[in-house]
Design a protein around this ligand. Structure first.
Ligand SMILES: Nc1ncnc2c1ncn2[C@@H]1O[C@H](COP(=O)(O)OP(=O)(O)O)[C@@H](O)[C@H]1O
Ligand SMILES: [Mg+2]
Length: 272
């Protein structure tokens, strides 16, 4: 126990050289009598891949929803690069550079991959994008630039050859990568991925790790990753936070978290 704690403290102080990007302080969210997120505090450092794991219902997605303004905390604060963003709306948080994907994929199924990415850019452009997709006359220069950038993003996620195909026809793995392209269209500094490997086949899961790494490097991102696939989390994350029944029960480098008795118990409890 003492050794674990010492290791964790060492790991945390070693990270003090990079600036803190996101800081959650006492974040709590109740749904009626249920405390979905319970007094959770942590810091995410610039450039880090920060994992968030825990059994189903632990509060992981709720924490992402809090961090992206979809829901408001019952109490607690969220700071982004020193600024209090606790009460900002989702579009305001996106405009500041925090983008996300969803556990339940949110794409426009009947629109093409290209159109899906173009729409996602609207935070950074004007009404032209939506107008263009809806067949209304867009501002030509803006539309061309938007289209060019969308194609670049599709190329980056390996889908440029299917730019005109409808999103609904893509396999799960491709839909998840298209969602990431949409998130990247916001030109984020921080990317929150909610179970990006869900529904992927083993090959896709294996490729995902390298993909996330390359995206992080190309875009100079800080990444927060909710994921059940343990090898992916262990191989990719610099630090891992573990939630159980809404509470943060462990935080540290992968090996320390993996050996943490409270973490082992939480997962065995979930399986049993
Ligand atoms: N909008 C909501 N209304 C009521 N309960 C919710 C809502 N969102 C999440 N919950 C509950 O909060 C708990 C945590 O859910 P969630 O954050 O989705 O867990 P995880 O992503 O870790 O599986 C669950 O018990 C879930 O049913
Ligand atoms: Mg979830």
């Amino acid at each position: 126990m003492t050794t674990d704690l010492a290791r964790e403290i060492t790991a945390q102080s070693a990270d003090d050289s990079s600036p803190v990007v996101l800081e959650a302080t006492g974040m709590t969210r109740r749904f009626g009598g249920l405390v979905a997120v319970n007094d959770v505090s942590f810091r995410v450092n610039d450039g880090e891949v920060f994992g968030l794991i825990g059994p189903n219902g632990a509060g992981k997605t709720t924490l992402f929803n809090l961090m992206t303004g979809l829901i408001q905390p019952t109490s607690g604060h969220l700071h982004y690069r020193g600024a209090d963003i606790t009460t900002l709306r989702p579009h305001q948080i996106a405009a500041r550079g925090i983008a996300r994907t969803f556990q339940n994929i949110r794409l426009f199924g009947n629109l093409s991959a290209l159109e899906n990415v173009m729409i996602a850019q609207h935070v950074h452009t004007h009404s032209g994008v939506l107008a263009g997709v809806l067949g209304l006359p867009p501002a030509p220069a803006e539309s061309r630039a938007t289209r060019k950038k969308a194609l670049e993003l599709l190329d980056l996620v390996g889908m440029a050859d299917r730019a005109e195909a409808k999103a609904v026809n893509f396999a799960y793995g491709d839909q998840r990568r298209l969602e990431i392209a949409r998130a990247l269209a916001l030109e984020p500094r921080v990317l929150l991925l909610d179970e990006p490997a869900a529904g992927m086949n083993p090959n896709e899961k294996q490729a995902l790790s390298g993909f996330i790494r390359s995206v992080r490097e190309s875009f100079n991102l800080t990444v927060l990753l909710i994921e059940h696939h343990v090898p992916l989390v262990m191989g990719l994350c610099d630090r891992i936070a573990v939630l159980n029944f809404g509470k943060l029960i462990a935080l540290g480098p992968p090996h320390a978290v993996q050996e943490n008795p409270a973490v082992i118990e939480a997962y065995l409890g979930d399986a049993g």
